[in-house]
Design a binder for this molecule. Structure first.
Ligand SMILES: *Cc1c(COP(=O)(O)O)cnc(C)c1O
Length: 361
């Protein structure tokens, strides 16, 4: 059987360690997972009720066009300056699904090039390699995107550029004005994917109106992070109708399940929960930055719901924290681990555990 060489060389996506795995390994009950940038608080009862109401109908296929969610999203995203309609939206099994569709749609030959930053979202490299095309990884600047250097790598083979904003795993953030200046210099034959998985955590940032000017722009967002629906897998892409139409052609049928769709509609209505999530995150972020400063640990100023901190010896620190029941995330940035912001208790716990682990060094 023939398996493509570029597939054989792939390494699977490294997800954050599931709580159940560690529970099994250690026989521990109280495990704190701060590894996947999930929302620390569970969904509100409105969302739970919406899911329960829909449960009896899982004998039926989902709405393949996700009409209800598209209508809710159009309403949510539109205002007096910006109009987003259903034809500009595509739904995905998480926004990772949309990232994949984007790549599939524009990468045709092995010589095609995909540009993304060092220390950006791990999935960009994985998707690129899975399609057997060439990754152009641009060295980061202060752990974030160096847009000038990224522009300089563009050749006549460049087909796709991925940008995560805020970036994961560094939490660095590009202002919308910088994104605009960047888009103005990218040839419009190149697709630009602006991955805004953490957009709910930033303010004074508006990129949707760029879509009118740049038909090569695709913005992706998700319900997995601030909205707290990571386990249901639902995200979306916003772009001009022509690009959306192409993505729709390669999308797997029924890629968003019924429960995910109703939960996402309910989550959009529950802006109160979202505000609480953001407020909790702001407090937690302050808790971590203060603690790290007190411990003389360098951390990267983050605009999302996680923070990366320089502990050195990351394998040992990661494993020692596991042994204490705390799951964090080893990342590509040397000597740094990434910690998702949790509840106050979870944050206190991991900070105390980290102190203990570093003292034993
Ligand atoms: C978490 C994350 C995503 C997507 O997650 P989904 O659950 O697939 O929506 C996309 N991009 C970045 C940068 C992320 O951190």
């Amino acid at each position: 059987m023939n398996i493509c060489t570029h597939i054989k060389q792939l390494k699977p996506y490294q997800a954050g360690k599931p709580t159940s795995d560690l529970a099994r390994e250690l026989g521990l009950e109280n495990i704190v997972k701060l590894a996947s940038n999930e929302r620390p608080k569970p969904i509100s009862s409105n969302i739970e009720q919406a899911i329960i109401r829909q449960l009896r109908e899982v004998n039926r296929y989902p709405d393949n066009n996700g009409f209800a969610l598209k209508v809710a999203l159009s309403k949510h995203l539109s205002n007096d300056k910006i109009q987003v309609n259903n034809e500009q939206l595509i739904l995905g099994n998480g926004s990772s699904n949309i990232l994949e569709l984007a790549a599939k749609s524009c990468l045709c030959q092995a010589t095609d090039e995909v540009v993304f930053s060092e220390y950006a979202f791990m999935l960009y490299g994985l998707i690129t390699q899975s399609l057997g095309v060439k990754a152009v990884v641009v060295p980061s600047k202060n752990y974030g995107h160096d847009l000038t250097a990224m522009l300089a790598t563009i050749t006549d083979k460049t087909r796709l550029i991925f940008i995560a904003n805020p970036n994961n795993p560094s939490g660095t953030f590009l202002r919308d004005a910088d994104i605009l200046a960047f888009l103005q210099q990218v040839p419009n034959t190149i697709m630009v994917v602006l991955d805004e998985a953490y957009v709910e955590y930033v303010s004074n940032y508006q990129t949707l109106h760029f879509l009118n000017k740049f038909p090569n722009l695709l913005i992706t967002r998700t319900f997995s992070k601030a909205y707290g629906l990571a386990g249901l897998r639902v995200g979306y892409g916003i772009a001009n109708p022509e690009l959306i139409d192409y993505l729709n052609r390669i999308r797997a049928p029924f890629n968003v399940n019924t429960l995910a769709e109703v939960a996402a509609v309910a989550a959009l209505k529950d802006q109160m929960s979202l505000l609480e999530t953001i407020a909790l995150n702001t407090k937690g972020m302050a808790q971590f930055t203060q603690a790290f400063a007190a411990m003389s640990l360098e951390s990267i100023p983050s605009n999302a719901n996680f923070i990366s901190v320089k502990t050195g010896n990351t394998n040992k620190v990661y494993n020692d924290l596991l042994a204490l029941g705390f799951i964090v995330r080893p990342i590509e940035i040397p000597e740094f681990i990434r910690i998702s912001i949790g509840t106050k208790n979870e944050n206190d716990g991991v900070i105390a555990a980290l102190k203990q682990v570093l003292k034993n060094d």
